[in-house]
Design a protein around this ligand. Sequence first.
Ligand code: ADP
Ligand code: MG
Length: 845
Amino acid sequence: MISPVEKLQKILRLEAERCQDRAVFGGLARYADTWLEEAKEAFGSEAAGWFEDVADRLRAYRSLPDTTARRAAVAVLLDMLQDTPPARPAQPEEEEESAASAAPAPVQLEPPVAPPASPTPTPSAVPAVPAPTQTRTGLDSPVTALQGVGPRQASRLSKLGIETIRDMLYFFPRRHEDYSQLKPINRLEYGEYVTIIARVRDAGVRETRGGGSLFRAVLSDGSGPIEVTWFNQPYLAEKIHRDQQIVISGKVDEYLGRLCFNSPEWEPLEEELLHTARLVPVYPLSAGVGARWLRRLVKRTVDYWSKRLPDHLPISVRQEVGLMDLEDAIVQIHFPDSKDLLERARHRLAFDELFVLQLGLFRQRHEWRSVPGRPIPVDDPVLEAFVRALPFQLTSAQQRALQQIVADLRSDQPMNRLLQGDVGSGKTVVAALAMALAVTAGAQAAMMAPTEILAEQHYATLTRLFASWPDLSGAGSPETMTESGSPGQLPGIRLLTGSVTGQERDEIYAGLADGSVGVVVGTHALIQEGVQFRELALAVIDEQHRFGVHQRAALRQKGYNPHLLVMTATPIPRSLELTVWGHLDVSVVDEMPPGRKPIVTRLILPTERERAYAFVRHQVEKGRQAFIICPLVEASDKIEAKAAVEEYERLQKHVFPDLRLGLLHGRLKGDEKESTMAQFARGELDILVATAVVEVGIDVPNATVMLIEGANRFGLAQLHQFRGRVGRGEHDSYCVLVSDTSSAVAQERLHAVEASSDGFVLAQKDLDMRGPGEFLGTRQAGLPDLKLASVTDLRLVEEAREAARGFFKTDPELQDPDNRLLARRLAQFWRGPALSLVEGKGEVS
Ligand code: ADP
Ligand code: MG
C-alpha cells in the first residue's frame, strides 16, 4: 500500500504542473478530509497536529487568488511532506553483524521482509513476535528466508549471483529508467519518456490477426484522453479495471497521427510506486526472473534489511570524505529519490570498494614490512665507481630509480619495488648495479627471466658489466675500490636454466649453497627445490607479468626475506598503477637513453601488403632481418597455431620462396621455441613468422622490420611491445601495421601507435578505449571484483587511497573493536581470486 504521505506528494506534484486544482476530482479542498482520515489511520494520532496543518492548507487552496499563490502553496506543502514526522522505529535498532560475531545474540525473529504496512512512517509497525521454532534470519541467510522466494526462485536468483539477503542488497541496478517526469496528458510530446496518472475510462482485450492478443485501454486525467495498448498480456484484463486510477510510465508513441503508449510500465496508483513515476531501477535479469517481480522483491528486501546493515566504514572516514551512510546509499542506489542522491549513493558505494581494496594493499605492504629484512650496506664511493665504469652515462631517470633502490637496500625493511620503464629504457643496468651492491656486501643476488633466451641475454649483459667493474672481493672497503680500478676477482656469475643439467647443474647448486656463486641468472630453474642460497639478499624478476604469483613467492622464499625488485616494460596508467601495484613502491624510468633512433611506424591497407613485402625483401637484401606477426586468433591456442602455420607456409611458398623463414607459436615445445629464437638471434633466419609469443624482451639488434598483420586485434600496449623488438641496433628500423578492418575506431587506435612512441601515452589510450578488464587481461591483476567503482577513475582511486592511508596509520591491524566490521568486510572482499595480491601471507616467515 502506498502511504498517504506519498499519495499526497504524487497528487501535489501533478498539481504543480498547472496549478488549476485539477489533480484530484473535486479539488484539493474536498480531498483534505479524506486525506486526514487516512493519515491518522496510518500514522496514529501522535502526529495529528502536523497532519491537521497540512489539511488546513489543502482546504485553503481553492480560494487562493492566482496561480502564483497556488504554486507557492503547493511548494510549501511538498516541503512539509518531505519532513514527515519521524516514524517510531519498529523496534530497537540492532546490529545484525556485530550480534553475529560477539556474544550470543538475542534471537532475532523478525519475519523476513514483507513489512505488512508501508515502509514510510509506520509507528504501528511490526511487533517482533517470538517464535521459538523459527531460526534466526540474518543478512547472510539464504534468499529462501525471504517471503515469496522458494527453492525454484532461489536457484534462478543464484544465476544472477544472489545467494543471500546481503547479496540482494548489493545486487545493483544496471541503470535507472527516468520516469520521474510527471505530466498531464494534454502536454505529452511524441518520443518523450514520461509518467501520467490517469483514470481508466474504457478497457478490453481483443485478438489480433496474428493470433495474439491486444489489451487496450483509454485513459483520461481531466486534461485529455490517451490510448494505451499492451500486446499479448491478456491477463491485464483481470488487473486493470474501468474507473481505476493507474500510473503509466514509458515512451510516448504515435499511431495514426495520435499520441499513445505501447506496452508501457504501469501500476495502480494505490500502491507504492516501484515501476513508474520515479527513477526506476533496471536490473540484469536471467531466465525465469521477471523484472517486476525482482523489483518488488528487491524493494521489500531493501526496505527491511538496509536498516539492519551496519555501516562498516569508520565514521571518521565518512565524515572526512563527506559520504552518505550505508543504509541511505543502499536505498538510494536501488530506488533513488533524485538523480543527485543516486549519484551520491554511487559515490559512496564505489568509494567503499576502492577503500577496502586500498586497505588490503596497505595491509599487504605492512605485512611484508613487519618482518625485518637485512640492510645491505652501500658505500657511496663504491657505487660511484661502478657507475663511472659504465660505457655510458646513466639517464637522470635511471639515476633517480637507482637512488630509490639504494635507499631501500640500506633499510632494514625489505625492498618491494617495481621498476617500470618502456622497452629499451635501460632497466637492466639499474638492476645490475643493485646486484653488484649486494655482492659487494658479501651476499648473493639472483635474476629470474621468463624465457631461456632472455636469461641468456641477461647473463651476457651481466657478465660484461661485472667484468668492467672494480674488484668486488674487497667488500666494504672504499679505498681499494676507487683506487684499484682494475677488474679484480669476479664473483662467480652463473646461468641456470632448464637446459643446464648433470654435473654443471650440481656445480651451480653447490656454488649457490656455499656462496662461491655470487650472482645467478636463470629461468624457472631458479626456483626448483634443489636450489639453495647461502645468503640471497636481492631477487630481481624481469618481465614480472610473465610470472605467476607463486613463482615470485618461490623466489623470495629462497632467501630470508630478501629485497625484491620486479621489472616490467608494460607501461600502465597511474590509476591502475595505484591499484594493481598499490602494495609495491614504484620507480619509473621514463626517459630513453640519448641517441635512440625513432622507429618509423606506418599503418597500411591490406591492398598495400605487396609493397610491404617488397620492403621486407629489400631490408633482407641489405643484410637485415624481419618479424612478421600473425593476427591474434581468439578461439584457442590450437587454432591460432594452425593459422600461424598456414601463414608461414603461404609466405615461404608464395612470397619469400628464396628466403630463410622460421616459425614461432605457442603450441611449440619450449626447446623448439628456444632453438628457433636462437637461430633468429644468430642471423640464421631472415624472417621470423610469429604469434604474440614473441612479445617479450628478446634482443636482436640486426632485426629492423616489424610487420604486424591484423594489427587492429592487438592492444596498443602490446603493439608497442612488438615495436620494441626492433630498433635495438644501429640501423634505421620500421614498424608496419596492417589492419584488417577500416573501422573508424580501429583506425584511430592504430594512428595513435603511428603517432606516438611513448608507451605510457599508448597505455592510457588503450585503457580509455578498452577498459581495465581487457587492458590487464583476464584476472592477471588478481583484483577483487568491483561492481561500481572503476579502477580507471583516478580521482576516486586517489581519494580512496588517501583515506585508506590515513586510516591505516591509526589502526593497521584493525584491532580496534570499532573497526571489527571493517576487518570483516576486508576479509570478505579479498577472498577468492584476489588472493594473488595477498601473496605475502606466510610466505616470508
Ligand atoms: P630495458 O630492459 O629497459 O628494455 P635494457 O636495459 O635492455 O632496456 O637497455 C637497452 C639498451 O640500452 C642496452 O643495450 C643498454 O646497454 C643500453 N643503455 C642502457 N642505459 C643506457 C644509457 N644511459 N645510455 C646509453 N645506453 C644505455
Ligand atoms: Mg629488458
